[in-house]
Design a protein around this ligand. Structure first.
Ligand code: NDP
Length: 328
């Protein structure tokens, strides 16, 4: 081991996703097999005891890369010196909850977290928001951190991307490593637009292997509604696959995407594809040197254009609602 530990802060650490995520981070999956990590776990006071139990298990796993595990219920302490922040804890939508109540509750979480990141995190901080509504929560956190470049706040679209890859594999038998250039435009919500227009399977266009009927009537709704299908089957929401996607996202952000491929990341728009500047939106992205680049210049079909517009509208409505609530 040559480098000093990287500080990774995980919020909602005692939750289901946290439980699946922390062990992958500690074993080197997030940053690489040679990078030691210091884990800062943030929880609400009522869940600190559960986080302590998880910390005991992390320590008992004797991971060579795990420098230390520290538990906090204070947001400023949890983000002190943070290099990578994984914002998982959020207020879930409960039955009958209005959107305004959901946004107000999450604004109360992600606004202070953004401010704490602004004031306490390391200069190179990278933040991935997992807690839903992820795109809007990432926007709130970014807007609350004026000294941190907006490009450092991402929303997780990778699970949607991975789900799209998995459906293509199941349909065509193509190995995951031979499926390239899938994208899921927009938001991590039912509005998302999974798109295989540019995808290749074993180097051949995916559109030659799958027909429009399958894409429209099976692929798109299956990817977009996968979360609900997993709840139906498991009796609990997806947690390990969400954790795995968070690992994939940060690993690629830090270590770079593969030559000849891209991934989907929810990143701040600079106006690409007509998406208003500042919206955190799922785009085709490559990474090099620790920075995402949105893939530009793609020909966009009418269906994709409509999908992008639908997602812009949904994202903008949530942000307008947040502004009306005086969260920002
Ligand atoms: P999970 O760990 O299962 O989920 C956490 C968040 O991730 C939810 O907002 C969930 O959204 C979201 N999420 C994103 N993608 C997915 C996906 N594919 N599948 C499932 N969830 C997804 O929730 P738990 O209730 O088990 O744990 C949450 C923890 O966060 C609790 O321990 C709580 O105490 C903590 N918390 C901490 C806060 C803090 O640190 N300040 C603030 C609030 C909560 P959705 O619900 O829409 O599925």
């Amino acid at each position: 081991m040559t480098t000093s530990p990287i500080t990774v802060t995980v919020t909602g650490a005692a939750g289901n996703i946290g439980y699946a995520l922390l062990f992958r981070i500690a074993s080197g999956g997030l940053l690489g097999p040679d990078v030691p990590v210091r884990l800062n776990l943030l929880e609400i006071p009522a869940a600190v005891k559960a986080a302590e139990g998880t910390a005991m298990e992390l320590n008992d796993s004797a991971f060579p890369l795990l420098d230390s595990v520290n538990i906090y219920d204070d947001v400023n302490q949890a983000f002190e010196g943070t290099n990578v922040g994984l914002l998982v804890g959020a207020r879930p939508r409960t039955k009958g909850m209005e959107r305004a109540d959901l946004l107000a509750a999450n604004g109360g979480i992600f606004g202070p977290q953004g401010k704490a990141i602004n004031d306490h995190a390391a200069d190179d901080v990278k933040v991935l928001v997992v807690g839903n509504p992820a795109n809007t929560n990432a926007y709130i956190a970014a807007a609350s951190a004026p000294d941190v470049p907006a490009d450092r706040f991402n929303a997780m679209m990778r699970l949607d991307h991975n789900r799209a890859m998995s459906q293509l594999k199941e349909k065509t038998g193509t190995a995951i490593s031979d499926i390239k250039k899938v994208v899921v435009w927009g938001n991590h919500s039912a509005d998302q637009h999974p798109d295989v227009s540019y995808a290749t399977l074993d180097g051949k266009p995916a559109l030659e292997a799958v027909d429009a009927q399958w894409l429209d009537s099976y692929f798109v709704p299956t990817v977009a509604k996968r979360g609900a299908a997993i709840i139906e089957a498991r009796g609990a929401s997806s947690a390990a696959s969400a954790a795995s996607a968070a690992i994939d996202h940060v690993y690629d952000w830090v270590n770079g995407t593969k030559e000849g491929d891209w991934t989907t990341a929810g990143v701040a728009s600079h106006g690409e594809y007509g998406v208003p500047e500042g919206l955190i939106f799922g785009f085709p992205t490559t990474s090099a040197g620790g920075e995402w680049q949105i893939v530009t210049g793609l020909d966009v079909s009418d269906a994709t254009r409509a999908g992008i517009e639908r997602n812009i509208k949904a994202a903008q409505e949530e942000i307008d609602a947040v502004k009306e609530l005086d969260i920002l």
